[in-house]
Ligand binder design. Structure first.
Ligand code: C2E
Ligand code: MG
Ligand code: MG
Ligand code: MG
Length: 284
C-alpha cells in the first residue's frame, strides 16, 4: 500500500542521513590522523601579472590524498575540520609550511614573491590569537610582513573582531584579501571601512562573464571602484583566453586560474620561477 511505501521511503531517507553521518565521522577520523602525521600537503597556485606575463604571487591551497579514498577536495574537508575542532591545527600547518616554503623561494633569489594564505571563520576566535600566531610564523622564518597576504571571505568579514585582528596585522605590513567577492552578502562599505589590499572576483563570476553582459558591467564597475580606492583586483578561476583578454581590457591585471596553472608543489613553483628568469635574461 501507499502507506507502506511511504514508510519505506522514510526508512531509506533516514538510512541515507545515517550513512552520510558515518561518512563524515570516518572522514573526521582520517583527517585527524592525517594532520597528526603531517600527511597533508600545501600546493601553490600562481597569480599572474598579465602585463609582464610573469608570476606575481602564489595562493597556498591545502591538498589531501588519502590512500583509501583518493584525493579529497578542501571544499569537502575544511567544513569538517571546522565542525570538529581541527581547523586550528590545519591552519597552523598551512601557515608554518607556507612561511617555510616562501623563505626558501626568497633564499633562491625570488624575494619579490609573496604568498596568500586562506583563513577560515572559526580561526578568528579570541582564544586562537591569530595576531600572535601569524606574526610569529612570519618572524620565525625571517620574512617581510608584506610578503604574506591573509585571505578571508566576506561572510567572516562581517565579524568585527576579525577586522580588529586584520587591522593589527595590516599595521605590521601584512596584506589582506577579500576572497570570493561578489558572492554571499557583499557590502561595498567593507572596502572603505577596512584595511583591504586585494579583492578576489569569484570564479562563478568569471565563468559566465564572456556571455553575460550584466556580469561584465559589474566586474568593470568593481575594478574601477577598487582602483580608485587603491585596491588591487585578482580574478580567480580564469580558464580561457577570452576571459583574460576581457579582464585585462577592464583593467584587471592579476589573474589566477587553470588557464595558466593549477596549484602545484613548491619544487614545481621554484622551477617555474627559474624558467621565467631564464626567459627574461634571454630577452634583456
Ligand atoms: P578559494 O580560496 O576561493 O580558492 C580558489 C579555489 O579555486 C581553489 O580550489 C583552486 O584550486 C580553484 N581554482 C583556481 N583556478 C581555477 C580554475 O581555473 N578552474 C577551476 N575549476 N578551479 C580553479 P581548492 O583548492 O579546491 O579550494 C577550495 C576552497 O577551500 C578554497 O577556495 C578555500 O576557501 C578553501 N581552502 C583551500 N585551502 C585552504 C586552507 O589552507 N585553509 C582554509 N581555511 N581554507 C582553504
Ligand atoms: Mg582563497
Ligand atoms: Mg577565492
Ligand atoms: Mg572561490
Amino acid at each position: 500500500t501507499a502507506k507502506k511505501q511511504g514508510r519505506g521511503r522514510v526508512a531509506l531517507h533516514n538510512e541515507a542521513i545515517q550513512n552520510a553521518y558515518i561518512d563524515k565521522l570516518k572522514l573526521k577520523d582520517k583527517l585527524k590522523y592525517a594532520l597528526k602525521h603531517e600527511l597533508l600537503r600545501v600546493h601553490y597556485q600562481p597569480v599572474i601579472d598579465v602585463k609582464s606575463g610573469q608570476c606575481a604571487k602564489f595562493e597556498a591551497l591545502i591538498r589531501w590524498h588519502d590512500e583509501e579514498l583518493g584525493f579529497i577536495s578542501p571544499a569537502r574537508f575544511i567544513p569538517i575540520a571546522e565542525e570538529f575542532g581541527l581547523i586550528h591545527l590545519l591552519g597552523q600547518y598551512v601557515l608554518r609550511t607556507s612561511c617555510r616554503d616562501l623563505a626558501m623561494l626568497h633564499r633562491q633569489g625570488f624575494g619579490h614573491i609573496g604568498f596568500s594564505i586562506n583563513r577560515s571563520i572559526n580561526e578568528f576566535k579570541a582564544s586562537n590569537n591569530q595576531l600572535k600566531l601569524i606574526s610569529e610564523a612570519i618572524q620565525d622564518f625571517a620574512l617581510p610582513f608584506e610578503s604574506i597576504t591573509i585571505e578571508v571571505t566576506e561572510s567572516m568579514a562581517a565579524n568585527s573582531y576579525t577586522w580588529q585582528v586584520l587591522q593589527a596585522l595590516s599595521a605590521k605590513g601584512v596584506k589582506v584579501a577579500l576572497d570570493d567577492f561578489c558572492t554571499g552578502y557583499s557590502s561595498l562599505s567593507n572596502l572603505i571601512d577596512n584595511p583591504i589590499d586585494y579583492v578576489k572576483i569569484d570564479k562563478s563570476f568569471v565563468d559566465s562573464m564572456v556571455e553575460d553582459s550584466n556580469k561584465q558591467v559589474m566586474i568593470k564597475c568593481l575594478i574601477d571602484l577598487s582602483s580608485q580606492l587603491g585596491i588591487e583586483v585578482i580574478a580567480e578561476g580564469v580558464e580561457q583566453q577570452q576571459q583574460q583578454g576581457m579582464l585585462a581590457e577592464f583593467g584587471c591585471h592579476l589573474i589566477q586560474g587553470y588557464f595558466y596553472s593549477q596549484a602545484k608543489p613548491i619544487e614545481k613553483c621554484l622551477e617555474m620561477l627559474e624558467r621565467e628568469k631564464r626567459t627574461d635574461a634571454q630577452f634583456a
